[in-house]
Design a protein around this ligand. Structure first.
Ligand code: SIN
Length: 406
């Protein structure tokens, strides 16, 4: 059990970090939940039909105690959630400003009900680069529910005043605490007293996390000879139809813009020969990763589903009932894939250039589920069509998907 307590002035990217961390942890089969004080406040004020302008956040205002109480009720829910039984490990993230020693001392005291001090990790985002603060506002806050129906300029002005209110009492975390301090969204990191494998892994993830929200493309390889015969696995080459798809794929990106792309493809012929078309232009950097190879069919590689069903009905049904957990004999399950793909998932979070992943059906299902916040167990039946290019963009904290049949 661990608790991550975010710290920082408004507009420092705390919620973005919390969301990405949470998704990452959920993917690793950890029960992770975010408790966001701002969401609690908005829910509370919705009932009152009140707009919270900057004065609500002022330490001198009559609403200050109410604001603190609302944040505390989020923390109480977090503690109750931690107390609930779960078969998995649990991590809760308290996403709020938590910007004074007094508030953090209270938090620690309350959390002592469920964890010891070594299980509390503070993550502080410190930012004095106004251009980053402005771009955080443009990316996140303009869509913030606090400013619905407000002209962007008015919203921006109010938000700057809100920051000033918090600055009046802001105290950075002191060295008695276990913390990771992130300066200017990743330009500098300071880590203090990290004492467990979990905490160093969190630091590693945050150090890699890309603030730039890159577009990610996902596609299956072009049609292969084995695919035409409905055989699973193998290492066959592209059909003419598959080669034409590769050309259309290149054409799509060649025409779109002049940006740099990293292409990650599997080590299987059908994927490599789809991605090879990108080697014609140095705006593309093609890399081969064995981790992206198709789910391994073990003893049944090269057979069709019909043949497996006919010759091994029991095994067929067993796997069909739970493809996430069960594999063909000697092969891999979807769960095995989630473990194998971890380094590539990290790459998705940290890549600086746009990414194009050229892989296989099962691999694309895993990435699709990861990017769209779908439970990994539900990825096994996602439809990932051949010769379809999936485009994932980031809107606020969530990703959106569009696709193009090429
Ligand atoms: C908020 O209400 O938006 C955040 C409250 C806080 O953590 O200060």
């Amino acid at each position: 059990m661990h608790i991550i307590v975010m710290v920082g002035l408004p507009g420092r990217g705390k919620s973005y970090m919390a969301m990405r961390l949470c998704r990452w942890l959920q993917w690793k089969n950890i029960d992770c939940k975010i408790f966001n004080a701002g969401d609690y406040r908005r829910k509370f004020l919705e009932k009152e039909h009140t707009f919270t302008d900057y004065s609500w956040f002022s330490p001198n205002s009559s609403t200050f105690a109410l604001k603190e109480n609302i944040a505390e009720s989020a923390l109480k829910d977090l503690i109750n959630w931690m107390k609930q039984e779960s078969s998995n490990k649990k991590v809760a993230i308290f996403d709020a400003t938590n910007s004074t020693n007094n508030r953090r001392d209270k938090i620690k005291k309350m959390l002592s009900d469920v964890v010891n001090e070594n299980q509390i990790l503070f993550v502080e985002s410190i930012c004095d680069d106004q251009s980053i603060i402005n771009s955080n506002f443009i990316e996140d806050k303009k869509n913030n529910e606090d400013y619905v129906d407000k002209p962007v300029d008015d919203a921006h002005e109010d938000f700057q005043k809100r920051i000033k209110e918090y600055e009046k009492n802001y105290e950075s975390i002191n060295d008695n605490e276990i913390y990771i301090k992130i300066y200017n969204i990743g330009k500098k990191f300071i880590m203090n007293k990290l004492s467990s494998n979990f905490q160093t892994k969190m630091a590693y993830f945050l150090m890699n996390l890309n603030k730039k929200r890159i577009t990610i493309y996902l596609t299956r390889h072009g049609q292969s000879q084995d695919q035409l015969l409905s055989k699973i696995g193998g290492n066959s080459n592209l059909t003419d139809h598959g080669k034409k798809y590769a050309d259309r794929l290149l054409n799509y990106f060649d025409l779109s813009n002049n940006e740099q792309y990293d292409i990650l493809c599997s080590d299987l012929m059908r994927a490599k020969n789809t991605a090879n078309v990108f080697r014609s232009n140095n705006k593309y950097n093609v890399e081969i990763h064995k981790e992206l190879n198709e789910i391994y069919g073990g003893e049944f590689e090269g057979m069709t589903y019909e043949q497996i069903k006919e010759k091994h009905p029991l095994i067929y049904n067993l796997r069909d009932n739970n493809k996430y957990k069960n594999s063909w004999p000697g092969g891999e399950s979807y769960y095995d894939l989630t473990v194998r793909l971890e380094p590539i998932l990290l790459r998705i979070e940290c890549n600086k250039n746009k990414l194009i992943i050229v892989a296989h059906q099962a691999i694309c299902r895993i990435f699709y589920a990861y990017l769209m916040n779908i439970d990994p167990k539900d990825c096994v039946n996602l439809e990932i069509k051949s010769h379809r290019l999936y485009e994932f963009t980031q809107e606020k904290h969530h990703r959106q998907v569009k696709w193009y049949d090429l």
